[in-house]
Design a binder for this molecule. Structure first.
Ligand SMILES: NC(=O)c1ccc[n+]([C@@H]2O[C@H](COP(=O)([O-])OP(=O)(O)OC[C@H]3O[C@@H](n4cnc5c(N)ncnc54)[C@H](OP(=O)(O)O)[C@@H]3O)[C@@H](O)[C@H]2O)c1
Length: 280
């Protein structure tokens, strides 16, 4: 079974490359942005004609949450037109699309975990384009898995964990917000879940949530990152109001994973246990 991965040099793409040897029955074809630009429909068609994938994992995205507020067109092109191009070429070639979306489709006004059918209401351009990308896929065909995830980090690429470790090497003191609650997701666990969905052979298409288990604030996450890496630093807890950003983020974006766990029999690690598995 051929599995095409777009955006293969991003942190999810690299995590998929990392777990690929565990799934010898899957023949992964990894395409970085230079190999396949998902905003170019003709390039997508040429790649699909060449390799004829059974599944396509779209790990390509515009992910710069704050920059999206001023680069609206670019975010729309990649997150909406790119997703739509892939859905159309998947439909034509009878390929199942696994597309990754985000907790930022929600406004964060709830205080219990979000279910897949809770009403989305993104607070910024990034979340709006990711939601529009989901809708674009749903308008084209039905053979999709849209997996919403949150707070993705890993040993690969750029992410909050890497930023904390870098800042700790540069400063004596770090301030991190303590009033945004969510769940970190190890990109390697997400990659593994995607491979398990593919190898399950179920055709249970639809929208699913996936993150690690548990919940915390960004401050708690930073604290655990330093603890796991034996770093002593003056870590200060601050409110979001003391750390203004161009994009407004949801205050609460914990995702309910009941649907993905029961449908595919997935066991999901607690975020703290998964963080400990990372070797930098
Ligand atoms: N990171 C998070 O905290 C987070 C949270 C929730 C959901 N998500 C979702 O999870 C998915 C994976 O995120 P990630 O953290 O792995 O993102 P990432 O590290 O930013 O990787 C995104 C990749 O997409 C590629 N890309 C950009 N434009 C492209 C195009 N036109 N054609 C092909 N590839 C293109 C980028 O390549 P270049 O670098 O060459 O441009 C990059 O390698 C995304 O859908 C994201 O929205 C992420």
């Amino acid at each position: 079974m051929v599995v095409l991965v777009t955006g293969a040099n991003g942190q999810l793409g690299q995590s998929l490359q990392f777990i690929a040897p565990n799934y010898p029955e899957l023949h992964f074809v990894f395409c970085a942005s230079a190999d396949l630009d998902i905003t170019n429909a003709a390039d997508c068609e040429a790649m699909f004609s060449k390799i004829n994938p059974g599944f396509c994992i779209n790990a390509a995205a515009y992910t710069a949450v704050d920059k999206a507020e001023s680069e609206t067109e670019k975010a729309h092109l990649i997150n909406v037109i790119g997703a739509q191009n892939l859905a159309e070429v998947c439909k034509k070639h009878n390929t199942v699309l696994l597309h990754i979306s985000t907790d930022f489709v929600f406004d964060g006004e709830k205080n219990i975990a979000y279910k897949e059918n809770d009403a989305p209401n993104p607070t910024g351009i990034y979340g709006q384009t990711k939601l529009a990308g989901e809708k674009a896929i749903q308008e084209v065909f039905e053979n999709y898995y849209i997996i919403r995830t949150s707070w993705v980090y890993s040993q690969f690429g750029n992410n909050f964990m890497k930023t904390m470790l870098r800042l700790a090497s540069e400063r004596d003191s770090i301030s991190v917000v303590n009033d945004q609650i969510g769940t970190p997701t190890n990109a390697v666990d997400l990659a593994d879940a995607l491979a398990k969905i593919i190898t399950s052979n179920k055709k249970a298409f639809g929208v699913y949530n996936f993150s690690n288990e548990g919940q915390c604030s960004w401050y708690d996450f930073a604290k655990k990152i330093f603890e796991v890496n034996n770093i002593n630093i003056d870590l200060k807890s601050i409110p979001t109001s003391s750390f203004p950003t161009p994009a407004k983020r949801p205050e609460f974006s914990v995702l309910d994973k009941t649907k993905i766990k029961t449908t595919f029999g997935l066991e999901i690690k607690d975020w703290q246990d998964s963080l400990k598995t990372i070797k930098i």
